[in-house]
Ligand binder design. Structure first.
Ligand SMILES: *Cc1c(COP(=O)(O)O)cnc(C)c1O
Length: 412
Protein backbone atom coordinates (compact mmCIF):
# COMPACT_ATOMS: atom_id res chain seq x y z
CA UNK A 1 0.00 0.00 0.00
CA UNK A 2 1.31 3.48 0.95
CA UNK A 3 4.51 5.26 0.00
CA UNK A 4 6.93 4.89 -2.75
CA UNK A 5 5.41 3.62 -5.90
CA UNK A 6 8.50 5.67 -6.73
CA UNK A 7 10.93 2.84 -6.02
CA UNK A 8 9.02 0.58 -8.34
CA UNK A 9 8.40 3.13 -11.03
CA UNK A 10 11.99 4.32 -11.11
CA UNK A 11 13.01 0.89 -12.42
CA UNK A 12 13.11 0.52 -16.20
CA UNK A 13 10.51 -1.78 -17.75
CA UNK A 14 11.25 -5.30 -18.94
CA UNK A 15 13.67 -6.36 -16.22
CA UNK A 16 14.26 -10.09 -15.71
CA UNK A 17 13.06 -11.90 -12.57
CA UNK A 18 16.68 -12.24 -11.34
CA UNK A 19 16.90 -8.45 -11.34
CA UNK A 20 13.43 -7.86 -9.88
CA UNK A 21 14.33 -10.16 -6.96
CA UNK A 22 17.02 -7.67 -5.97
CA UNK A 23 15.63 -4.35 -7.05
CA UNK A 24 11.90 -4.29 -6.29
CA UNK A 25 11.08 -3.05 -2.79
CA UNK A 26 10.79 0.30 -1.07
CA UNK A 27 12.99 3.34 -1.59
CA UNK A 28 15.61 3.78 1.12
CA UNK A 29 15.00 6.01 4.14
CA UNK A 30 16.61 9.51 4.24
CA UNK A 31 19.77 7.80 5.58
CA UNK A 32 20.35 6.00 2.28
CA UNK A 33 20.85 2.47 3.66
CA UNK A 34 21.71 0.00 0.88
CA UNK A 35 20.24 -3.08 2.55
CA UNK A 36 16.54 -2.75 3.33
CA UNK A 37 15.66 -1.20 6.68
CA UNK A 38 13.66 -3.15 9.25
CA UNK A 39 10.74 -1.09 10.48
CA UNK A 40 10.34 -2.57 13.96
CA UNK A 41 7.50 -0.41 15.15
CA UNK A 42 3.95 -1.20 16.11
CA UNK A 43 2.58 2.21 15.11
CA UNK A 44 3.46 5.29 13.09
CA UNK A 45 3.49 8.95 14.11
CA UNK A 46 0.89 10.90 12.14
CA UNK A 47 1.57 14.32 10.59
CA UNK A 48 -1.72 15.69 11.95
CA UNK A 49 -5.08 14.60 13.32
CA UNK A 50 -6.65 15.46 9.97
CA UNK A 51 -4.10 13.35 8.08
CA UNK A 52 -4.53 10.50 10.55
CA UNK A 53 -8.29 10.58 10.01
CA UNK A 54 -7.83 10.43 6.24
CA UNK A 55 -5.38 7.52 6.55
CA UNK A 56 -7.78 5.54 8.73
CA UNK A 57 -10.54 6.24 6.23
CA UNK A 58 -8.32 4.97 3.41
CA UNK A 59 -8.35 8.39 1.69
CA UNK A 60 -4.64 9.08 2.09
CA UNK A 61 -1.56 6.89 1.77
CA UNK A 62 0.49 6.46 4.92
CA UNK A 63 1.15 3.89 7.59
CA UNK A 64 -0.79 3.91 10.86
CA UNK A 65 -0.51 0.64 12.74
CA UNK A 66 1.52 -2.49 11.92
CA UNK A 67 -1.39 -4.95 12.00
CA UNK A 68 -2.76 -2.90 9.11
CA UNK A 69 0.47 -2.42 7.24
CA UNK A 70 4.20 -1.88 7.71
CA UNK A 71 6.88 -0.75 5.22
CA UNK A 72 8.98 -3.92 5.71
CA UNK A 73 5.91 -5.99 4.88
CA UNK A 74 5.09 -3.82 1.85
CA UNK A 75 8.63 -4.26 0.53
CA UNK A 76 8.31 -8.06 0.72
CA UNK A 77 4.82 -8.08 -0.78
CA UNK A 78 5.95 -6.02 -3.75
CA UNK A 79 9.01 -8.13 -4.42
CA UNK A 80 7.14 -11.43 -4.19
CA UNK A 81 4.30 -10.14 -6.39
CA UNK A 82 6.88 -9.06 -9.00
CA UNK A 83 8.45 -12.54 -8.99
CA UNK A 84 5.10 -14.34 -9.27
CA UNK A 85 3.94 -11.95 -12.00
CA UNK A 86 1.03 -10.91 -9.75
CA UNK A 87 -0.65 -7.52 -9.43
CA UNK A 88 -0.56 -7.74 -5.64
CA UNK A 89 0.48 -9.83 -2.63
CA UNK A 90 -0.44 -9.94 1.03
CA UNK A 91 2.02 -11.09 3.68
CA UNK A 92 0.79 -13.37 6.49
CA UNK A 93 2.19 -14.69 9.76
CA UNK A 94 2.79 -18.19 8.35
CA UNK A 95 1.96 -20.40 5.41
CA UNK A 96 -1.04 -21.84 7.24
CA UNK A 97 -2.25 -18.29 7.92
CA UNK A 98 -2.03 -17.70 4.15
CA UNK A 99 -4.20 -20.76 3.46
CA UNK A 100 -6.67 -19.85 6.21
CA UNK A 101 -6.85 -16.27 4.92
CA UNK A 102 -7.52 -17.46 1.37
CA UNK A 103 -10.37 -19.70 2.52
CA UNK A 104 -11.94 -17.45 5.10
CA UNK A 105 -11.82 -14.27 3.02
CA UNK A 106 -13.33 -15.91 -0.06
CA UNK A 107 -15.72 -18.57 1.28
CA UNK A 108 -18.84 -18.74 3.40
CA UNK A 109 -21.00 -21.44 4.95
CA UNK A 110 -22.45 -23.66 2.25
CA UNK A 111 -19.50 -23.23 -0.11
CA UNK A 112 -17.59 -26.21 -1.42
CA UNK A 113 -13.84 -26.69 -1.90
CA UNK A 114 -11.93 -29.33 -3.87
CA UNK A 115 -8.45 -30.22 -2.71
CA UNK A 116 -5.94 -32.95 -3.43
CA UNK A 117 -5.62 -35.79 -0.91
CA UNK A 118 -1.83 -35.46 -0.99
CA UNK A 119 -1.35 -31.89 0.23
CA UNK A 120 0.46 -30.71 3.36
CA UNK A 121 -0.95 -32.41 6.48
CA UNK A 122 -2.11 -29.22 8.21
CA UNK A 123 -3.94 -28.14 5.04
CA UNK A 124 -5.93 -31.39 5.09
CA UNK A 125 -6.70 -30.84 8.78
CA UNK A 126 -7.69 -27.20 8.23
CA UNK A 127 -10.07 -27.93 5.37
CA UNK A 128 -11.33 -31.35 6.40
CA UNK A 129 -11.90 -30.64 10.09
CA UNK A 130 -11.69 -26.98 11.10
CA UNK A 131 -13.43 -25.24 8.20
CA UNK A 132 -16.01 -28.05 8.05
CA UNK A 133 -17.23 -26.80 11.48
CA UNK A 134 -18.17 -23.54 9.78
CA UNK A 135 -20.13 -25.23 7.01
CA UNK A 136 -17.44 -25.15 4.33
CA UNK A 137 -17.28 -28.65 2.81
CA UNK A 138 -14.21 -30.07 1.12
CA UNK A 139 -13.96 -33.00 -1.27
CA UNK A 140 -10.50 -34.56 -1.38
CA UNK A 141 -9.50 -35.99 -4.75
CA UNK A 142 -6.53 -37.52 -6.53
CA UNK A 143 -3.56 -35.20 -6.99
CA UNK A 144 -2.93 -36.37 -10.53
CA UNK A 145 -6.28 -37.40 -12.03
CA UNK A 146 -7.92 -34.25 -13.46
CA UNK A 147 -11.11 -36.22 -14.17
CA UNK A 148 -11.63 -36.67 -10.39
CA UNK A 149 -11.45 -32.89 -9.87
CA UNK A 150 -13.94 -32.35 -12.70
CA UNK A 151 -16.30 -34.99 -11.30
CA UNK A 152 -16.18 -33.40 -7.83
CA UNK A 153 -17.40 -30.00 -9.10
CA UNK A 154 -20.76 -28.88 -7.65
CA UNK A 155 -22.77 -25.70 -8.11
CA UNK A 156 -21.43 -24.58 -4.68
CA UNK A 157 -17.78 -25.16 -5.60
CA UNK A 158 -15.93 -21.87 -5.14
CA UNK A 159 -12.32 -22.90 -4.71
CA UNK A 160 -9.91 -25.53 -6.00
CA UNK A 161 -6.79 -25.80 -3.86
CA UNK A 162 -3.76 -27.48 -5.37
CA UNK A 163 -0.22 -27.95 -4.17
CA UNK A 164 2.52 -28.97 -6.58
CA UNK A 165 4.90 -30.61 -6.01
CA UNK A 166 3.23 -32.03 -2.89
CA UNK A 167 4.73 -32.57 0.50
CA UNK A 168 6.30 -35.10 0.96
CA UNK A 169 5.69 -37.25 -2.14
CA UNK A 170 6.41 -34.58 -4.77
CA UNK A 171 3.33 -35.53 -6.78
CA UNK A 172 2.68 -33.07 -9.59
CA UNK A 173 -0.67 -31.73 -10.71
CA UNK A 174 -1.34 -30.07 -14.02
CA UNK A 175 -1.98 -26.42 -13.09
CA UNK A 176 -3.30 -25.42 -16.51
CA UNK A 177 -5.76 -28.32 -16.61
CA UNK A 178 -7.05 -27.56 -13.09
CA UNK A 179 -7.42 -23.87 -13.96
CA UNK A 180 -9.66 -24.91 -16.88
CA UNK A 181 -11.78 -27.09 -14.58
CA UNK A 182 -12.17 -24.26 -12.04
CA UNK A 183 -12.93 -21.55 -14.58
CA UNK A 184 -15.54 -23.71 -16.34
CA UNK A 185 -17.97 -22.78 -13.54
CA UNK A 186 -16.41 -19.56 -12.29
CA UNK A 187 -14.55 -21.15 -9.35
CA UNK A 188 -11.04 -20.03 -8.40
CA UNK A 189 -7.83 -22.04 -8.48
CA UNK A 190 -5.30 -21.41 -5.70
CA UNK A 191 -1.89 -23.09 -5.93
CA UNK A 192 0.43 -23.62 -2.97
CA UNK A 193 3.79 -22.85 -4.59
CA UNK A 194 5.92 -23.36 -1.46
CA UNK A 195 7.93 -26.25 -2.92
CA UNK A 196 8.76 -24.91 -6.38
CA UNK A 197 8.73 -21.16 -5.63
CA UNK A 198 8.50 -18.59 -8.44
CA UNK A 199 12.13 -19.38 -9.26
CA UNK A 200 10.92 -22.64 -10.86
CA UNK A 201 7.16 -22.35 -11.38
CA UNK A 202 4.74 -19.48 -11.98
CA UNK A 203 1.18 -20.74 -11.39
CA UNK A 204 -0.49 -17.46 -12.41
CA UNK A 205 1.05 -17.70 -15.88
CA UNK A 206 -0.49 -21.21 -16.11
CA UNK A 207 -3.98 -19.91 -15.28
CA UNK A 208 -4.15 -20.05 -11.48
CA UNK A 209 -5.95 -17.18 -9.73
CA UNK A 210 -4.00 -17.19 -6.47
CA UNK A 211 -0.56 -18.36 -5.37
CA UNK A 212 -0.02 -19.33 -1.74
CA UNK A 213 3.35 -19.45 0.00
CA UNK A 214 4.83 -20.74 3.17
CA UNK A 215 7.59 -18.12 3.31
CA UNK A 216 9.05 -20.19 6.15
CA UNK A 217 10.52 -22.50 3.52
CA UNK A 218 12.51 -21.46 0.45
CA UNK A 219 11.60 -17.76 0.47
CA UNK A 220 13.45 -17.33 3.75
CA UNK A 221 15.86 -20.04 2.68
CA UNK A 222 17.84 -20.18 5.89
CA UNK A 223 15.28 -21.53 8.32
CA UNK A 224 14.99 -18.39 10.44
CA UNK A 225 11.43 -17.10 10.49
CA UNK A 226 7.77 -17.99 10.00
CA UNK A 227 6.11 -16.20 7.10
CA UNK A 228 3.46 -16.64 4.45
CA UNK A 229 1.87 -14.82 1.55
CA UNK A 230 -0.88 -14.93 -1.04
CA UNK A 231 -0.43 -13.39 -4.52
CA UNK A 232 -3.05 -12.61 -7.14
CA UNK A 233 -5.09 -9.88 -8.79
CA UNK A 234 -5.73 -6.54 -7.09
CA UNK A 235 -9.41 -7.42 -7.00
CA UNK A 236 -8.79 -10.55 -4.95
CA UNK A 237 -5.85 -9.44 -2.80
CA UNK A 238 -6.50 -5.76 -2.15
CA UNK A 239 -10.29 -5.87 -2.06
CA UNK A 240 -10.78 -9.19 -0.24
CA UNK A 241 -7.74 -10.78 1.42
CA UNK A 242 -5.85 -7.74 2.71
CA UNK A 243 -8.91 -6.12 4.37
CA UNK A 244 -9.80 -9.41 6.05
CA UNK A 245 -6.23 -9.89 7.27
CA UNK A 246 -6.20 -6.42 8.79
CA UNK A 247 -9.22 -7.36 10.85
CA UNK A 248 -8.17 -10.90 11.68
CA UNK A 249 -4.62 -9.98 12.69
CA UNK A 250 -2.71 -12.75 10.93
CA UNK A 251 -0.24 -10.04 9.98
CA UNK A 252 3.33 -10.79 8.96
CA UNK A 253 5.76 -9.40 11.57
CA UNK A 254 8.13 -6.72 10.21
CA UNK A 255 11.30 -8.55 11.19
CA UNK A 256 10.07 -11.74 9.52
CA UNK A 257 9.04 -9.76 6.45
CA UNK A 258 12.54 -8.33 6.25
CA UNK A 259 14.11 -11.82 6.47
CA UNK A 260 12.00 -13.21 3.61
CA UNK A 261 12.43 -10.01 1.60
CA UNK A 262 16.21 -10.50 1.80
CA UNK A 263 15.78 -14.22 1.17
CA UNK A 264 14.16 -13.50 -2.18
CA UNK A 265 17.42 -11.89 -3.33
CA UNK A 266 19.13 -15.29 -3.47
CA UNK A 267 16.09 -17.47 -4.18
CA UNK A 268 16.85 -18.30 -7.81
CA UNK A 269 20.47 -19.33 -7.25
CA UNK A 270 19.54 -21.36 -4.18
CA UNK A 271 16.74 -23.18 -5.99
CA UNK A 272 18.99 -24.02 -8.93
CA UNK A 273 21.87 -25.21 -6.76
CA UNK A 274 19.69 -27.15 -4.30
CA UNK A 275 17.83 -28.81 -7.19
CA UNK A 276 21.18 -29.87 -8.68
CA UNK A 277 22.23 -31.38 -5.35
CA UNK A 278 18.84 -33.08 -4.95
CA UNK A 279 19.14 -34.69 -8.40
CA UNK A 280 22.60 -36.00 -7.49
CA UNK A 281 21.35 -37.51 -4.21
CA UNK A 282 18.20 -38.93 -5.85
CA UNK A 283 20.26 -40.65 -8.54
CA UNK A 284 22.58 -42.07 -5.87
CA UNK A 285 19.62 -43.30 -3.77
CA UNK A 286 18.06 -44.99 -6.80
CA UNK A 287 21.15 -47.20 -7.07
CA UNK A 288 21.24 -48.16 -3.37
CA UNK A 289 20.13 -51.76 -2.65
CA UNK A 290 18.40 -50.88 0.65
CA UNK A 291 16.15 -48.32 -1.05
CA UNK A 292 12.78 -49.52 -2.31
CA UNK A 293 11.71 -46.39 -4.15
CA UNK A 294 12.92 -42.86 -4.82
CA UNK A 295 10.37 -40.20 -5.63
CA UNK A 296 11.88 -37.12 -7.21
CA UNK A 297 10.36 -35.11 -10.08
CA UNK A 298 13.77 -34.72 -11.75
CA UNK A 299 14.14 -38.49 -12.22
CA UNK A 300 12.68 -40.14 -15.34
CA UNK A 301 11.21 -42.78 -12.95
CA UNK A 302 8.87 -40.14 -11.44
CA UNK A 303 5.31 -40.78 -12.69
CA UNK A 304 4.84 -37.13 -13.74
CA UNK A 305 8.43 -36.44 -14.78
CA UNK A 306 7.52 -34.90 -18.14
CA UNK A 307 4.83 -32.65 -16.67
CA UNK A 308 7.18 -31.59 -13.85
CA UNK A 309 9.95 -30.67 -16.26
CA UNK A 310 7.55 -28.65 -18.44
CA UNK A 311 5.86 -26.91 -15.50
CA UNK A 312 8.96 -26.30 -13.34
CA UNK A 313 11.40 -24.91 -15.86
CA UNK A 314 13.25 -28.21 -16.23
CA UNK A 315 14.03 -28.42 -12.50
CA UNK A 316 13.02 -31.12 -10.02
CA UNK A 317 13.15 -28.95 -6.92
CA UNK A 318 15.06 -29.71 -3.73
CA UNK A 319 12.87 -32.28 -1.97
CA UNK A 320 13.48 -35.99 -2.43
CA UNK A 321 11.29 -38.67 -0.86
CA UNK A 322 12.45 -42.27 -0.60
CA UNK A 323 11.37 -45.42 1.15
CA UNK A 324 13.51 -48.14 2.65
CA UNK A 325 12.94 -51.78 1.74
CA UNK A 326 10.86 -53.40 4.44
CA UNK A 327 8.37 -56.05 5.46
CA UNK A 328 5.64 -54.94 7.88
CA UNK A 329 4.85 -51.28 8.61
CA UNK A 330 6.55 -51.71 12.03
CA UNK A 331 9.77 -52.97 10.37
CA UNK A 332 9.58 -50.16 7.85
CA UNK A 333 9.36 -47.61 10.64
CA UNK A 334 12.33 -49.19 12.46
CA UNK A 335 14.47 -49.10 9.33
CA UNK A 336 13.49 -45.53 8.50
CA UNK A 337 14.30 -44.46 12.08
CA UNK A 338 17.66 -46.27 11.78
CA UNK A 339 18.57 -44.32 8.63
CA UNK A 340 17.49 -41.04 10.23
CA UNK A 341 19.30 -41.72 13.52
CA UNK A 342 22.53 -42.62 11.66
CA UNK A 343 23.09 -39.22 10.01
CA UNK A 344 25.91 -37.02 11.32
CA UNK A 345 25.73 -34.16 8.84
CA UNK A 346 22.05 -33.76 7.89
CA UNK A 347 19.71 -32.28 10.51
CA UNK A 348 16.92 -34.37 11.96
CA UNK A 349 14.11 -31.81 11.94
CA UNK A 350 10.74 -31.19 10.38
CA UNK A 351 11.20 -28.28 8.07
CA UNK A 352 12.37 -27.75 4.52
CA UNK A 353 13.61 -24.90 2.40
CA UNK A 354 16.78 -24.44 4.43
CA UNK A 355 20.25 -24.32 2.89
CA UNK A 356 21.17 -27.04 5.44
CA UNK A 357 19.88 -30.50 4.49
CA UNK A 358 17.03 -31.75 6.68
CA UNK A 359 15.85 -35.34 7.04
CA UNK A 360 12.52 -36.37 8.56
CA UNK A 361 9.96 -39.16 8.91
CA UNK A 362 6.69 -37.70 7.62
CA UNK A 363 4.40 -40.46 8.97
CA UNK A 364 5.28 -39.58 12.58
CA UNK A 365 5.84 -35.83 12.19
CA UNK A 366 4.27 -33.63 9.49
CA UNK A 367 1.54 -36.22 8.87
CA UNK A 368 1.46 -37.61 12.44
CA UNK A 369 -1.88 -36.02 13.37
CA UNK A 370 -3.73 -37.54 10.43
CA UNK A 371 -5.75 -40.74 10.73
CA UNK A 372 -4.12 -43.90 9.36
CA UNK A 373 -6.62 -43.75 6.47
CA UNK A 374 -5.73 -40.15 5.62
CA UNK A 375 -2.04 -41.08 5.76
CA UNK A 376 -2.57 -44.02 3.43
CA UNK A 377 -4.60 -41.82 1.07
CA UNK A 378 -1.67 -39.41 1.03
CA UNK A 379 0.78 -42.26 0.37
CA UNK A 380 2.76 -41.49 3.53
CA UNK A 381 3.96 -44.95 4.57
CA UNK A 382 6.02 -45.86 7.65
CA UNK A 383 9.12 -46.52 5.53
CA UNK A 384 9.05 -43.11 3.87
CA UNK A 385 11.81 -40.57 4.49
CA UNK A 386 11.80 -36.97 3.29
CA UNK A 387 15.05 -35.29 2.46
CA UNK A 388 15.05 -31.53 1.91
CA UNK A 389 18.39 -31.14 0.19
CA UNK A 390 20.53 -28.10 1.00
CA UNK A 391 23.78 -26.62 -0.20
CA UNK A 392 26.29 -29.02 1.38
CA UNK A 393 28.51 -30.90 -1.08
CA UNK A 394 26.16 -33.58 -2.46
CA UNK A 395 28.81 -36.26 -1.93
CA UNK A 396 28.75 -35.54 1.80
CA UNK A 397 24.96 -35.89 1.82
CA UNK A 398 24.92 -39.28 0.17
CA UNK A 399 27.80 -40.50 2.37
CA UNK A 400 25.71 -39.41 5.36
CA UNK A 401 22.72 -41.42 4.13
CA UNK A 402 24.93 -44.44 3.45
CA UNK A 403 25.76 -44.63 7.19
CA UNK A 404 22.26 -45.90 7.90
CA UNK A 405 21.34 -47.47 4.55
CA UNK A 406 24.47 -49.65 4.54
CA UNK A 407 23.73 -50.92 8.05
CA UNK A 408 19.94 -51.38 7.97
CA UNK A 409 18.86 -54.17 10.34
CA UNK A 410 18.24 -57.34 8.30
CA UNK A 411 14.69 -58.21 7.47
CA UNK A 412 13.58 -61.44 9.13
C1 LIG B 1 5.15 -25.75 5.46
C2 LIG B 1 4.09 -25.72 4.46
C3 LIG B 1 2.90 -25.04 4.70
C4 LIG B 1 2.62 -24.34 6.01
O1 LIG B 1 3.49 -23.28 6.20
P1 LIG B 1 3.87 -22.70 7.66
O2 LIG B 1 4.72 -21.53 7.33
O3 LIG B 1 4.56 -23.80 8.39
O4 LIG B 1 2.60 -22.34 8.31
C5 LIG B 1 1.95 -25.01 3.71
N1 LIG B 1 2.16 -25.63 2.53
C6 LIG B 1 3.29 -26.32 2.27
C7 LIG B 1 3.46 -26.99 0.95
C8 LIG B 1 4.30 -26.39 3.22
O5 LIG B 1 5.42 -27.08 2.96
Amino acid sequence: MPTSEAALHALPAGLHPDTLALRVGLESSPYGEHSSAIYLTSCFVQPSAESSARRFAGEEDGYTYTRTSNPSVTAFERRLAALEGAEAAVGTASGMAAILLTCIALLQAGDHVICSRSVFGSTIKLLGTELARFGVRTTFVSQTDVAEWRAAMRPQTRLLLAETPTNPLTEICDIRALADVAHGTGALLAVDNSFATPALQKPLALGADLVIHSGTKYLDGQGRVMAGAVCGSRALIEDKLTPFNRTAGMALAPFNAWAVHKGLETLAVRMQAQSRNALHVAQWLERHPAVARVIYPGLPSHPQHALAMAQQGGCGGAVVAFSVKSGTPEQARQRAFHVIDSVRVCSVATNLGDVKTIICHPASTSHGRLTEQQRQDAGVTQGLIRLAVGLEHPGDIHTDLARGLDTCPDLP
